[in-house]
Design a protein around this ligand. Structure first.
Ligand code: NAP
Length: 202
C-alpha cells in the first residue's frame, strides 16, 4: 500500500507501489505458496497473470479467483494456461470456463471455510491472499488470517474512494482484529511490516 494506506488510486487501476526489493520478496513469497488467491474485482481491474516468471505451469502456484457470480471474462490472463486455475463461485452460479476448474461454495456469498476445506482436500497447505481490499477484508472478517504482510511504499495517491488493504463493510469496533507486529524491514525506499494474527479475532 501507499504511505496513505491505499492499494490503488481513484481509477482503481493497478499502481506500482513496490520497490524492486519488494518485487523480489513478492516473487519469493508467491514461489513458496501453494496457492495465490484474488477477488474478481482484481481480475477485472488489473487482469493479472498471478504467475512467477521462469516457473513452468506445473511449478507455478495454483491460482484461485473468488467470483461468486461468474464475472471472470473468458479471455482473462488468469486463464492463460501458465498455471492451474480454480474459479470459486456460489452454488447458484452455473457458469463454466474452458481453461479452469470450478468450485462452488456457499449459496450467496462464498463460504470461505468450505472453500478452504475443499482446497485442503486437494493438497493445498498454504494460501496467499493477494487482494483486493474486499477480499482481504472477508478473510479478516471470518477470522481466517494467520499472517498479514504489508509493504508501505513511499508515495501518496489519496482519494476517498481509493481501495485500501481491508475495505468491505468494516468490523464493529468491539470486533477489531488485533495484530502482533512480528517484523519491520526496510526494503529499498519502503518498509515491510509483518504481523501475526493469532486466532484471527480480537
Ligand atoms: N496493491 C496491491 O497489492 C493490490 C493487489 C490486488 C488488488 N489491488 C487493487 O485492488 C482493487 C480491487 O479490489 P476490490 O476490493 O475492488 O476487489 P477484490 O477484492 O479483488 O474483489 C472483490 C469481489 O470479489 C468477490 N468476493 C470477495 N470476497 C468474497 C466473499 N467472501 N464471498 C463472495 N465474494 C467475494 C466479490 O465479487 P462480486 O462483486 O461478484 O460479488 C467482490 O465484489 C483494484 O484497484 C486493484 O488494483 C491492489
Amino acid at each position: 500500500m501507499t504511505a496513505d494506506g491505499k492499494i490503488a488510486g481513484r481509477s482503481r487501476r493497478q499502481l506500482r507501489i513496490s520497490s524492486p526489493e519488494d518485487l523480489k520478496r513478492v516473487k519469493e513469497l508467491r514461489t513458496a505458496s501453494d496457492t495465490i488467491l484474488v477477488g474478481v474485482g482484481t481480475v477485472l481491474a488489473d487482469d493479472p497473470h498471478l504467475t512467477v516468471k521462469g516457473l513452468s505451469p506445473e511449478e507455478n502456484p495454483l491460482r484461485v479467483v473468488l467470483d461468486p457470480n461468474g464475472r471472470t471474462p473468458d479471455e482473462a490472463r488468469v486463464l492463460d494456461g501458465r498455471a492451474g486455475t480454480i474459479i470459486v463461485t456460489n452454488e447458484r452460479c452455473s457458469r463454466t470456463w474452458k481453461r479452469c476448474r470450478v468450485l462452488r461454495a456457499g449459496t450467496d456469498r462464498i463460504d470461505l471455510e468450505s472453500m478452504l476445506s475443499s482446497l485442503y482436500d486437494q493438497g493445498v497447505r498454504s494460501l496467499m491472499v493477494e487482494g483486493g481490499g474486499e477480499t482481504i477484508f472477508s478473510f479478516f472478517e471470518q477470522g481466517l488470517v494467520d499472517r498479514y504482510l504489508v509493504f508501505v511504499g513511499s508515495m501518496v495517491v489519496g482519494g476517498r474512494g481509493s481501495p485500501t488493504p481491508a475495505d468491505g463493510a468494516g468490523l464493529p469496533e468491539e470486533r477489531t482484529v488485533r495484530l502482533r507486529l512480528a517484523g519491520c524491514e526496510r526494503l529499498g525506499d519502503g518498509v515491510l511490516l509483518t504481523y501475526e494474527v493469532g486466532d484471527g479475532r480480537a
